[in-house]
Design a protein around this ligand. Structure first.
Ligand SMILES: Nc1ncnc2c1ncn2[C@@H]1O[C@H](COP(=O)(O)OP(=O)(O)OP(=O)(O)O)[C@@H](O)[C@H]1O
Ligand SMILES: [Mg+2]
Length: 429
């Protein structure tokens, strides 16, 4: 790995001020919209990191600096989700360092990278750290350009793949609440995990993301898809509308002055560019089955299908899941969200039976609540902003937790299949 070689080629004398060393960062390589938390153990390191946090190359990233080193970090993450990147300073001996990193690893969520800042200039220790999953080891003292260069290389390594995960949400039927779920989950990822999200409303004619977030921007996704040659991170940035500190929207025009018949790959450049810059790219896909919808789903990192508990939804969800499982045999099967469950007087398929028919446990079962969802929708607010009891907020939080790779949420046990569902499965088989 280049970074490995580079790290030890630039080994330096600890007594010599590092500012003398040639800068590692040769060209400005901005760091993407990641959340970084640092746990320092000395004023000299925290001071360099404070300068780094204010550097123009960190303008999109968010860095919080704490003191206390690895013990403080381990303690902190017992009860808090881990960010995209953690920097930990250590003054420990090699054995102590490896021991305390094991403790930190136990509380780190999947996908979090760790950079260790230490005082030992030792190749064997470096190799041991890398083999244990540490992303990089930087020897103290280091210059501002060293830390910026190290973080930048981590997120611009072509071998490492894109930073962000693309997560399309699609409804098994029109109107089943797929957009509502997509918007609320995006909001929860941004709020709970302090992690940046780009939400792209791909329903250009009828999309509701602008309404749901009370935004009416003059430009958005339409400019991106009708100027594919111009798409890069700078152009994309201009089209984004900030809904919260961490949540940016690529709004649909939601007008009918054009028709929207896209090619299979129309959205590809847009999704790729967005994925280079943010940890989560949520795609609000309309209920349709076109070349571009199929292509977007097939190439996604995660897929969320929202369904209501009736037979039409079940049939469509099953077709979607069967198709996507067959086309993506090496990926996680699509995720299922059951929404609008318990609509008064409506005969419904029980969630357990629905899940059993699809052989997929729902990530969340969201009750029908006309008052709450109607209020949120009419006010252009998210459920978390109007949910007094926080019950629904927790459900969207569960979905956010799984989609950001932070483990599974326990669900209720399955029940026995109703005969008509068995029949449906038999026909499909
Ligand atoms: N759990 C729920 N309880 C009550 N109302 C809900 C619930 N979930 C969504 N809704 C409402 O259902 C309506 C349709 O939701 P939404 O637009 O999210 O569906 P969709 O599947 O994206 O529809 P479309 O096919 O038009 O894209 C909205 O008015 C929304 O507020
Ligand atoms: Mg929708």
């Amino acid at each position: 790995m280049n970074t490995t070689a580079h790290q030890f080629e630039t080994s330096f004398d600890l007594d010599e001020p590092k500012a003398e060393a040639p800068p590692v960062l040769h060209e400005p390589t901005p760091i993407p919209r990641i959340a970084i938390q640092a746990f320092c153990d000395s004023p000299e390191v925290s001071s360099v990191l404070e300068t780094a946090a204010a550097d123009r190359r960190m303008a999109k990233a968010h860095m919080k600096i704490h003191m206390g080193g690895i013990p403080a970090a381990t303690d902190f993450y017992q009860s808090a989700p881990t960010p995209n990147l953690i920097l930990v300073e250590s003054r420990q001996t090699a054995d102590e360092l490896l021991g305390s990193l094991d403790g930190l690893a136990n509380v780190c969520d999947a996908g979090t990278k760790v950079i260790v800042l230490g005082r030992m200039n030792d190749v064997l220790l470096y190799r041991e750290l890398i083999s244990r999953g540490v992303a990089e080891y930087l020897v103290i003292p280091f210059a501002l350009t060293d830390i910026l260069g190290t973080i930048s290389r981590l997120y611009h390594d072509p071998e490492a793949g894109p930073l962000g995960r693309s997560i399309p949400f699609i409804g098994a039927r029109g109107g089943c609440g797929s957009s509502t779920v997509a918007h609320n989950v995006s909001y929860m990822i941004a709020q709970t995990y302090d992690s940046d999200v780009v939400l792209a409303d791909m329903d250009l004619a009828f999309g509701t993301a602008g309404l749901d977030f009370n935004q009416d921007p003059p430009q958005g996704i339409s400019e991106a898809v009708f100027s594919p040659d111009r798409i890069d991170d700078v152009f994309l940035d201009r089209l984004l509308t900030k809904c919260t500190d961490r949540l940016s929207l690529l709004a649909a025009p939601s007008t009918l002055d054009k028709t929207y018949d896209f090619d299979e790959r129309t959205f590809e450049a847009l999704i790729d560019t967005a994925s280079q810059g943010v940890p989560s790219v949520v795609l609000d896909v309309p209920h349709a089955w076109t070349n571009w919808v199929r292509h977007t789903l097939c190439n996604a990192d995660e897929i969320v299908i929202t369904a209501n508990p009736d037979l039409g939804n079940l049939r469509n969800a099953k077709n979607l899941i069967d198709f996507l499982k067959a086309s993506r045999p090496n990926d996680h099967p699509p995720r299922l969200v059951l929404n609008q469950v318990g609509l008064p007087k409506r005969p419904e398929i029980k969630p357990a039976e629905f899940a059993d028919a699809l052989q997929i446990e729902p990530l969340a079962i969201i009750p029908f609540d006309a008052q709450l969802f109607g209020t949120a929708s009419n006010n252009g607010q998210m459920i978390a902003e109007v949910d007094g009891k926080a019950t629904y907020t927790a459900l969207f939080g569960d979905i956010a937790q799984v989609l950001t790779g932070r483990g599974h949420v326990q669900r209720a046990k399955k029940s026995v299949l109703a005969p008509f569902l068995q029949k449906l499965r038999g026909q499909k088989a």
